[in-house]
Structure formats: structure tokens, C-alpha cells
Design a protein around this ligand. Sequence first.
Ligand code: DLL
Length: 432
Amino acid sequence: MEFWDEKMETMSRDEMTAFQGERLRETVKYTYDNTDFYRQKLNDAGIAPGDIRSLEEITRLPFMTKSDLRDNYPYGLCAIPREDVIRVHASSGTTGKPTPVFYSKRDLENWGHCMARTFYTAGVRKTDVCQIALGYSLFTGAFGHHMGAERIGAMVIPTSSGHTERQVMVIRDFKTTVLHCTPTYAITIAEKMMEMGVHRSEVSLRLGIHGAEPMTEELRKEVEEKLGSVAIRDFGLTEMGGPGVAIECLEKDGYHVNEDFYFPEIIDPETLTPLPEGETGELVFTTLQKEGVPIIRYRTRDITHLNRTPCVCGRTLIRMGEIKGRTDDMMIIGGVNFFPSQLESVLLDFEEVAPHYLIRLSKKGRLDKVSVDVETTPSYWANRQDEDIKSLSERVQNRIKDIIGFTIDIRFVEPMTIARSEGKAKRVLDER
Ligand code: DLL
């Protein structure tokens, strides 16, 4: 067994809890002393920083949401003097202003450490050639991955995202072994390889580290088959500093959370009460070692569960389940709640279906209507008869009805007509 940071990755539960408790105490005091926002928030909640003495007492602290970040744009949550900030990243934000995160020198060191630890967990080694096909920008993805691979001592190729033909050329010519990109961009790259006549046996890819958006097991299978490599999920969010929060090991049995830096909780998103271990709810994070923008009890909107049983890989770090969706992505059709990823799982289970789909939300009278445009594989499309499409639609519709519980209109469309992703795919089009 090999670890990047054996002590922290294999610590006993009691030791970890004590460590986290200590860090939490310091974080609460630090934020109180260094930001008006937290001082006000704790004062409003009637809590003095010294009241928080152990990890369990975290539940007394108020939550934070995206709007707290937005309302304090740009510097309001920054706990260090401007001249001690050495980097800024920001989440793109679908609407309005980005939410920035400021890094001190130590924050960048810790982030690099977390990134290296996660990649090492996924099997990246010094001998690897890592191609970073994530966008180098305010987005945290590329810079985080870049630092992690570099710290391991691998060879880093910063291709950024886009220019897909060039990505393929680089993969082939530089003998890339690890591809870092979103899962949907991995599919786009794989398709481009086929189009350029580059067979997966001609490339050296052995590992893909794919995050920033969901990758269902069915999509993972597609990525692995098309690229001939093992696909590992990694997870993070700008508010915590970016990727490096959690990653799967090669067992693919949950994400190992860097819980000595990012303390996770699961709450009921309606009542906001903490849920017992194993139950599914909204993921909440508290930073335990941040200087620039420390964050207490941030509601991520991501839906998952936690598991403290040690992994067979030897790590004792708490594990997080697959992200089922986001509370803000949940759709309610005919009284049934569902997430896009549930639909993806059903669709991609059909071998005739390609991993390209677009969920459309529209209005029919006063009712919300959902339909989905789906591509079939090019070979199926080329040889299809009208009856085939009709029967395929019925089979897919029935499976969706059985598994998710509602009827949805399915429209099979010509291959290559749904926009290809170079980063986070847009899976839902709201036409209401
Ligand atoms: O996406 C950071 C990142 C970059 C993670 C590269 C991994 C790799 P944001 O743009 O702030 O940060 O988006 C964060 O993306 O709250 C989740 O909803 C979603 N997300 C990130 N990783 C995963 C994943 C980056 N592995 C938001 N599975 C999060 C599902 C993910 N969703």
C-alpha cells in the first residue's frame, strides 16, 4: 500500500476527530477575529467563538449559502490583507457576478498538497505524463490539477480545454498516460480520436481523472471503453478552493474526502438538521485550514451520503457517495422528483444510445413538460428503420417509467447534432 500522506490518510477515527475539533476551534476564532461578516453572523446567533469547544458543537454554527458569497462580493469574506493574497479564482456562476476565492501562500501550498494526495490516491505517479485538458482561467480545475500533478513530479502538459484535434495529437505524440478533464469532454476527445482515425490502442492513456460534473457509472463505462483507460472521479468546488476535496481510489467505492482540510456533514435540506451517517442529504463543508477565505458550514446543494468505514485500500478518510444531483437541478414531473443523472443512467444502459442527450423543459398550458433529445450511436442510426426507432423509443420510455416513475417524450436525433462539451456539459435546456 502506498500513500502520499500516510499519517493523515490512515489516522484512527478518534485521532481525526480530535484533530478536526482543534482545527474547528481555531477556524471559528480566526474567522471571528478577521472578518466582519462572521463576527456579525456569530453575534447574531448569540455565539462567542470560545463557545465552540469540540467538533460536535459545529451544529450550533449558522450555515452559509451562495448568496452570502454573492452579497459580500468581491472582498467581503477575505480574511487576510490584500497584499497577502497571491492568487484568485472564481466560480463562473450561471447568473451575475462570479464568486471569488482568495489564496494566501499557505492556502496554495495546502491546495497543492491536497491535489497531490488525491492524485496519488487515484494512482498518478512520477512516471506519468499528465495532460490537463481543463480550462486555465478563473476556473479552479486546471490550476488545481496542474499543481497536483507537478507536485507528484509527473510531466505536466497544460493543453487547457478546447482545440480537440490538438488534444488528440498531443495524447498520441507525447504519449499522455493520464488525462485530466470533465467526463463529457473525455467523450468529446474520444469521438475526435475516432474521427481522426486514432485507435485507442495507438495511445498510452491508462488513467483519466474526471470531475467538475457528474459521471454516472454508465457514463464512466463509456469513457473507459472509448479511451481504453480507467476513469476516476474527482470532486471539489470553488468555495472550498477547487478540486482536491475528494477523489476515488482505484476501488471506485466512494470518494475519499480530505477531511483534515474540508469537514463534511450531511443535512436535511428542508429542516437543516444533520442526518445520521449513511443517509442521503445535502452536503455541507467547513474549511479547517484556510487563511484567505475560510468558510463555515457551506451548503453545497450537492446530494450524497457519507460513510466512515475504512476502505479496503487502507485509507480511513471518510468516504462520500456518488453525487446524485444538486438540489437546484432537481426536477419534479407529475409529482416525481428526479435528477438528470438518473435519466442518464437509464438512457446509457441501452447500447443503441450514445452519451449525448439534452433534457428540455417547456410549458404546456400551465403544466411543466419534460422531453429529452437523445443521439443514437452512429452505426445504429445509419442502419435504422423507422420501426426500429419507434420500438427503441418505447423500450426506453418503459424503462424510464419503471425505474424513475414517469412518462417522458423521447426524440432520437441524428448523431453529432447535440452540442459537444469542452468542460461542464449543459444537460438541461429550460424553455419555459
Ligand atoms: O468544478 C471544481 C473541480 C474542478 C472539481 C475539476 C473537479 C475537477 P465549481 O465550478 O465551483 O468547481 O463547481 C462545483 O460542481 O458543487 C458539484 O455540483 C459539481 N461537481 C464537481 N465535481 C463533481 C463530481 C469545480 N465529481 C460543483 N461529481 C459542485 C458530480 C461534481 N458533481
